[in-house]
Design a protein around this ligand. Structure first.
Ligand SMILES: Nc1nc2c(c(=O)[nH]1)N[C@H]1C(S)=C(S)[C@@H](COP(=O)(O)O)O[C@H]1N2
Ligand SMILES: [Mo]
Length: 503
């Protein structure tokens, strides 16, 4: 027994290093996509730096140059790998102490990441994942390495190779993802957008009822729904961005970021909605957008009289087909650069996206937009229209009950919700309880016809189970239909119906 242990040499230490490589690799990938500030490498490395003796720090700096950021990171990596090596040796001699050491390091890393990050518990995930994977890997590989039989030996070699390769690959992926996202987010957060040439009127105070549980009439960017086909959010540097307007036009126009910002910008409150929103669903949000009217660039290009559609393309290849008329009529269709007073968040299309009042997002709201092709509906289709969704996508009249939810105490209860039919407007909302008479709810002040509107109704609730339904009446005097339709191909219809238990 003792002789065998001596014979193993440095191999367990190397396996410790492989395990840490795999663990931190996976942790880094998860952090890069989940929450870049929770990088376990940075967290654990930072902790090691804090506790490392100064001679170690000095040696690392002496080896790798004069204390710049890269040298510091290399230094952290060296210390981390040294600890990994030691933990591997320990695991061989006193199992499972090596694995326990990794787990402890992970807990320390998780605590540090949580403390350093503003997003609390989520930040613990990458470090815990990294240390868990490292602990399991070191246990598995070392116990496999002790088997002398041929199939086990081969399995050991294969697993060691797989773990090493996966760890290196994961580190490379996370590195690419992080450098890309950090640089564009850095550029974005340093940006100051110009003031609008045409400002939107102030949101009336009476547009916000302030009822707990009711959606706010202006959706904070952080809560705004997000829908797109992008697996990795495109990272577009405004300096590299341009918009090409071509197709059925008199002259091609290329607009740069500076051109765009130098143009007179307009502000507009517009509620975006997804065609996939189900009755009562929350794939809808309202924001104050700042941008250049699309009409202006189309006028510069000179649109041909027989064109009837604009095919917009994003940097990642998504396309949307928008009726030309919706971009040239009086409505506030924008090449938007701002959302609620800040540059577009990266996941909402930074630096430039389309916003068209009255149309579902799939036919209008192209994020990271780089191209407008003026064409015809009988000549081109777009991403979703090629997949069976309707060519035209006007937003349908809808209403939703936000409160109450679940159960309430008997007595005075506020029923409240949202109603919308962008670019047409909402005239009223009716509510009925247990299939009784329709009662007129009170509408909050509307921001505009292009936005949703809040509504409320007082209800004296008696104990038992009750069904509440709502329906809107459009500004065109048409009442919302009860005919149930699914989202495909052109938007869900039907009344929102909820059941409430009254105690
Ligand atoms: N580039 C790109 N833009 C896109 C999409 C997409 O998949 N890719 N999805 C569209 C759809 S279906 C909707 S509903 C809106 C959603 O915009 P949001 O994520 O800012 O809420 O974006 C639209 N713009
Ligand atoms: Mo959508």
């Amino acid at each position: 027994m003792v002789r065998e242990r001596v014979r193993t040499g440095p191999r367990p230490g190397v396996l410790g290093v492989v395990s840490v490589l795999l663990g931190t690799g996976l942790g880094e990938v998860v952090a890069a996509f989940l929450l870049p500030s929770a990088s376990p490498f940075a967290a654990v490395g930072g902790a090691l730096i804090d506790i490392a003796p100064s001679w170690a720090k000095d040696t690392a700096i002496a080896w790798f140059g004069t204390g710049d950021k890269a040298a510091l990171l290399v230094g952290i990596a060296v210390v981390l790998l040294a600890v990994a090596f030691a933990a591997g040796m320990l695991e061989r001699r006193r199992p499972p102490l090596g694995a326990v050491a990794f787990a402890a390091l992970g807990v320390v890393g998780a605590v540090i990441a949580v403390v350093r990050s503003d997003r609390a518990l989520l930040a613990a995930i990458p470090a815990l994942l990294a240390s868990g994977v490292a602990a399991l890997t070191v246990r598995g590989l070392i116990s496999l390495s002790e088997r002398e039989e041929e199939p086990e030996r081969r399995r050991f070699l294969v697993w060691t190779a797989v773990a090493t390769a996966s760890g290196l690959l994961a580190l490379a992926v996370s590195n690419v993802a992080r450098t890309a996202s950090q640089s564009v987010e850095t550029i974005r957060s340093a940006l100051r957008l110009p003031k609008p040439a045409t400002a939107a009127p102030q949101v009336p105070q009476a547009a916000e009822l302030g009822i707990p549980g009711l959606a706010p009439v202006v959706t904070p960017n952080a809560d705004f729904y997000r829908i797109d086909t992008a697996l990795i959010v495109p990272q577009v540097d405004p300096a590299d961005w341009s918009l090409r307007v071509h197709g059925m036009v008199d002259r091609e126009v290329v607009l740069t970021w500076d051109d765009l910002l130098a143009s007179p910008l307009q502000e507009a409150d517009v509620t975006l909605a997804c065609v996939s929103n189900t009755v009562g669903g929350d794939l809808i949000g309202n924001a104050r957008w700042l941008g250049l009217p699309v009409r202006d660039v189309l006028t510069r290009a000179g649109v041909h009289a027989d064109a009837d559609m604009v095919l917009s393309t994003s940097i990642d290849g998504f396309t949307a087909s928008t009726p030309l008329e919706a971009l040239t009529d009086e409505r506030d269709s924008l090449l938007a650069v701002g959302m609620n007073g800040e540059p577009l968040p990266v996941e909402h299309g930074f630096p430039v996206r389309l916003v068209v009042p009255g149309l579902y997002g799939y036919v209008s709201a192209t994020k990271w937009v780089t191209e407008l092709e003026v064409t015809r509906f009988d000549r081109a289709t777009a991403y979703w229209t090629t997949r069976g969704w309707s060519e035209r996508g006007p937003i349908k009249l809808q209403s939703r009950i936000d409160v109450p939810r679940g159960s309430v105490d008997a007595g005075e209860v506020v029923i409240a919700g949202m109603a919308w039919q962008q670019h047409v407007g909402v005239d009223g909302v009716e509510v009925r309880i247990d299939g009784g008479e329709w009662q007129r709810a009170t509408l909050a002040a509307a921001i505009s016809d292009d936005t949703w509107v809040q509504w409320h109704l007082a209800w004296t609730a008696e104990s038992g189970s009750h069904e509440i339904e709502c329906r809107a009446i459009g500004a065109d005097a048409v009442t919302q239909t009860d005919a149930a339709a699914p989202p495909a191909p052109d938007g869900a219809t039907g009344w929102h119906r909820i059941t409430i238990a009254v105690r």
